[in-house]
Write a protein that binds this ligand. Sequence first.
Ligand code: FAD
Length: 390
Amino acid sequence: MSDLPLLILGGSYAGLLAAARLRKKAPTARILLIADQAHFQQRVRWHEALAGTRVKRAALAPLLARARVEFVQARILAWKPAAQQVEVLTPQGPQVIAYRGVICALGSVSQGADLPGAEHLWQLSFDQPLAERQAELKRLAACGGRLLVIGNGLSGVECASELAQRFAGLQVSLLGRQPPLPGFCPQAREHACRRLRQLRVTLLTGQVEALQAGAACLADGRRIDADRMLWCGGLRANPLLLHSGLPLTPQGRLRVGPDLRVEGYEHLWAAGDCSAATLTDGQLLRLSCATALPSGGHAGEAMGDWLLGRQPQPFAFAYALRCLSLGRGDGIWQLTDARDRAQPRWLGGWRAALIKWMLCTLVWVAPRWELSLGRTIYHWPRTVLDKESI
Ligand SMILES: Cc1cc2nc3c(=O)[nH]c(=O)nc-3n(C[C@H](O)[C@H](O)[C@H](O)COP(=O)(O)OP(=O)(O)OC[C@H]3O[C@@H](n4cnc5c(N)ncnc54)[C@H](O)[C@@H]3O)c2cc1C
């Protein structure tokens, strides 16, 4: 049994930091990371990549080799926890991999797939060919074509502003159920709306019920015509987990205990967007890179403690800020309390854009440097919150 490898499923923010921390605690263990993409992609900069910025990516095999972590590029088809096996499809064909323990960091997918007519949407995914999309946006911009961005939270606002700035002739509309950026303080929201209007983005409210070729149909009967529609209406945990038989929340995230161990399983952990990790007071973490790295790091350390026969520590995390870009040269930095509630302090303009750039750089370099150097570089804010103080 102990000859079997420890598996990390997923090679993004959570999976890579988990691998680095596990390797540090267990220098001789056999660790195998499985991901379907050959590269670590900067998902938080996807909108910049779509707008034509060259966003770097890192090949996983040499990166992981520096930490003596084996890389298997394969699509996971099924996970059989009862048999302690995953079934994968490699370029050489199907394979079954047995394991001793797993850290699941399989992340999230765009939620728009559930709507009728979702095939008409562009999704926030590197799986879709960005070069073709850019060419199409350029063509639409040249003839005053219309792009409808659906969802006006962080990623919707980032996409709408980035694309409106980069493709000047494109008519960009941003649609959401309520005015943009709920969860930010009123002044920060006003700043975002001002900036979006400066970039000639039309702000719309309404709830999408269905999609057709060239239009979004709203619950109130309106129809919004568009040449292209980009879905930014939310992420959900990897649907592969729905068939695993593991305990899930109603949103499809893996239920975990205080140390991020999957409920009822001694040798399974979950981190990042696929995990229902919480603050110490029980509040569910939002799907974000800001929580994927800390939970990934913690899961790696917890599995390492388990191997050493030590009691893993509970996961402690506190929110501190939110940050977003509003095209190039503008952005918002918003102070939050430990529970992610916006505080009155915020910053707009180039200083906020610079902070956002620095954060994107941090989450890009931290897992790679930890894997390469074997040192702890990334630290996250930690607070123990109790329910009574809510
Ligand atoms: C446009 C955009 C902007 C964003 N901006 C921010 C931001 O500013 N701040 C922030 O905190 N968050 C932001 N996010 C959210 C953030 O990107 C995600 O929360 C984060 O990527 C989650 O990391 P993860 O490691 O949990 O999973 P993911 O990044 O989803 O990675 C999942 C991994 O699992 C692998 N995988 C999945 N399915 C399979 C399978 N069947 N077989 C094999 N491998 C598989 C994938 O290849 C990948 O390696 C943004 C997201 C988008 C799309």
